[in-house]
Ligand binder design. Structure first.
Ligand SMILES: Nc1nc2c(ncn2[C@@H]2O[C@H](COP(=O)(O)OP(=O)(O)OP(=O)(O)O)[C@@H](O)[C@H]2O)c(=O)[nH]1
Ligand SMILES: [Mg+2]
Length: 259
């Protein structure tokens, strides 16, 4: 037995219809469309899967389990999105799951042949949670196109673990399992690089932080909430009140952000 004892919360059960076994690690699987998320998902979980829809939505949902080093994992395949700013139903599901579902780790799958476009999503996820693993998939395609990948340099720049894979043929999957284990059980802590915005935005963030911290405590990253408020994201405020059940206190945030 290892010492991993986290129990997952109400939101996962009530809003996402997901009930992990006691002690199971929950991993969210995110990425742009068509980068091989489902291939990674299938390779890790094999036939131990369950598919359906997200509660109340017509968007596919797949959950699967696997074990590694006597630790059980529940992997949740999120819809493919270029961003998680919640402009579409798919983006809203992905964002809300990563924000409020409290996964132990979020695995972001990237296409090795167009890293630049894919990194946008990674940076957004890193603003929400430090428990991020990047999987650079399709490295066989990158090789064919003579694209050289500097995985260690990327890892260094991002401040989170990066694993190169060719999921269709299982390449890199052993390293991926080990990394998922390390991050989601908290054996290794990482400090993802945070974007710094212009001085006026950074100042506005600092002004909002005390109220946000008081309201959401440790349940959400206060800096990310401040950014959403400054962006005028009313739908996110609604999500906060729905998932965290803090309706009456929301006025403070609305007024602070002049929404
Ligand atoms: N050459 C190669 N092809 C891959 C690899 N991984 C996935 N593919 C192929 O890429 C295509 C897309 O893979 P999916 O796993 O469906 O991608 P996805 O991210 O789940 O796509 P959406 O759910 O539609 O967003 C399929 O034809 C896969 O067989 C890989 O490592 N190498
Ligand atoms: Mg898929």
């Amino acid at each position: 037995m290892n010492g991993y004892q986290k129990t997952h919360g109400r939101v996962l059960r009530e809003h996402f219809g997901i009930i992990p076994d006691p002690g199971q690690c929950v991993i969210a699987l995110a990425g742009n469309p068509n980068v091989g998320k489902s291939t990674v998902f299938n390779t890790l979980t094999g036939l131990r899967q369950h598919t359906g829809n997200w509660p109340g939505k017509t968007v596919d949902n797949a959950q699967g389990t696997f074990s590694y080093r006597k630790q059980s994992f529940l992997l949740v395949d999120l819809p493919g999105t270029y961003s998680i700013l919640a402009h579409t139903v798919e983006e809203q599901i992905a964002r809300d799951f990563i924000c409020f579902g409290e996964p132990d780790a979020t695995l972001v799958v990237l296409d090795a042949t167009c890293l630049e476009r894919n990194l946008n999503l990674v940076l957004q996820v890193m603003e929400i949670t430090p428990n991020v693993i990047v999987c650079v998939n399709l490295i066989d395609e990158a090789r064919k196109k003579n694209i050289t990948l500097h995985i260690a340099a990327l890892e260094n720049e991002l401040g989170v673990p990066v694993v190169a894979t060719a999921a269709r043929r299982g390449e890199g999957l052993d390293t991926l399992r080990e990394t998922l284990y390390q991050v989601s059980t908290g054996a290794h802590k990482y400090s993802p690089r945070q974007l710094t915005y212009s001085p006026s935005i950074e100042e506005a963030i600092q002004e909002l932080l005390p109220n946000i911290q008081r309201l959401v405590g440790h349940k959400l990253n206060p800096r990310w909430v401040a950014l959403r408020l400054l962006d005028g994201d009313k739908a996110f405020l609604e999500s906060i009140s729905r998932y965290l059940e803090i309706q009456p206190e929301m006025k403070v945030l609305q007024e602070a952000a002049a929404l």
